[in-house]
Ligand binder design. Structure first.
Ligand code: PMP
Length: 359
């Protein structure tokens, strides 16, 4: 068997103990004589798996009972529509524009109401997040939406925007469970699972109860949050296997020391790579020091023609998927929870060695 250090932005590396547990119980889950993949979502066995996953997640986040957890499908992209259908409903919402993913959320929301940009870092090439003082907030907005971590740009908020009494909505696809979170600051958060939470196919949404509204006219029933909240996320067949796997990931996080431990480890991992970048004359970090992502470290090589050999050498050494997103190029190292510190150490050593070899 060969396992590489997989630096993919998602679907991404999963904790090896979780994969091993899945392997061990793949054919016969807990004496049921069947795989989780084969179970009825309404049967006792799967319901116990589903409830356990939610309970673990609630413990990890310290979720108060007025927040509902929904296990959905459609990815974060479906949430770009589902949030405005349920919360915007023809009114106006504010958005912080920090790059490609926030732009997609803005464009989609504009189909259901007014999507107003409260701040944008576009004129600086999205190399930092806007400061709180630069946010031009509408106190009447239905919500303020932002993207705490831009997966492609590698730009991350070091603070939670203060939206006053306006509900705060966050696309946490690439930062969810990577550090402690004060959920009381948020009205709604959503995340595709395939980075920090588990396999693709599951979308996690956490909604504060007072935000359940009658959606705008014409909203399909499968896009109505209340339908999922009222049916334990089992209005129709949920992504059972991904839900089960995410539950195991939640348990792994808990066993590793919870979100505090994840945060400390993730900060340290990212800092190691940024230290290499900052000490180098070959590599250039794309993002300003105050807005650098712990999850997706993006950089370029001073001589672009070296990128191909940089990537090939990394691949040969057992480090995959370091190529930047096709829309922006460069290099991107995604360092989600499941990336071991040993993988980051190997990457840093490889980067230093590669630079020396160019001298
Ligand atoms: N938002 C962010 C921040 C993302 O990183 C991604 C996926 N890379 C998406 C939204 C889209 O997610 P999905 O593919 O699950 O729809």
């Amino acid at each position: 068997m060969r396992r590489v250090y997989n630096f993919s932005s998602g679907p991404a590396i999963l904790p090896q103990p979780v994969l091993e547990q899945i392997q061990a119980e793949l054919l016969d889950w807990n004496g049921t004589g069947m795989s989780v993949m084969e179970m009825s979502h309404r049967g006792e066995a799967f319901v116990s798996i589903a409830e356990r996953a939610e309970a673990t997640l609630r413990r990890l986040l310290g979720l108060p009972s007025n927040y509902k957890v929904l296990f959905l499908q459609g990815g974060a992209t479906a949430q770009f529509s589902m949030v405005p259908m349920n919360l915007l409903r023809g009114a106006s919402a504010d958005f912080i524009d920090t790059g490609i993913w926030s732009k997609k959320a803005i464009a989609e929301a504009g189909r259901y109401g007014s999507a107003r940009v409260a701040a944008s870092a576009e004129s600086d090439g999205f190399n930092h997040v806007p400061e709180q003082t630069s946010l031009e907030l509408d106190g009447q907005a239905a919500y303020l939406h932002y993207t705490p971590n831009e997966t492609i740009g590698g730009v991350e908020f070091g603070y939670v925007p203060d939206s006053g009494t306006v509900p705060l909505v966050a696309d946490m696809s690439s930062t969810m469970l990577s550090r402690p979170l004060d959920i009381s600051r948020f009205g709604l958060i959503y995340a595709g699972a395939q980075k920090n939470l588990g396999p693709a196919g599951l979308t996690l949404v956490i909604v504060r109860e007072d935000l359940f509204h009658e959606p705008m006219a014409g909203t399909p029933k499968v896009f109505d949050y209340r339908v999922y909240a009222d049916n334990g996320s089992m209005y129709n067949t949920p992504p059972t296997f991904a839900w089960y796997a995410a539950g195991l990931v939640f348990e792994w996080i808990e066993a590793e020391g919870g979100l505090q431990a994840m945060g400390e480890r993730n900060r340290r991992k990212a800092q190691k790579v940024y230290d290499v970048l900052d000490a180098s004359s070959l590599y250039r970090a794309k993002v300003r020091a105050d807005s650098r992502s712990w999850m997706n470290v993006t950089f370029t090589l001073a001589d672009e023609t070296l990128e191909a050999s940089f990537l090939a050498g990394a691949e040969a050494a057992g480090m995959s998927d370091l190529r930047g997103h096709r829309s922006v190029g460069g290099i991107r190292a995604s360092l989600y929870n499941a990336m071991p510190e040993s993988g980051v150490d190997m990457l840093c050593e490889y980067m230093r060695e590669f630079e020396r070899s160019q001298a």
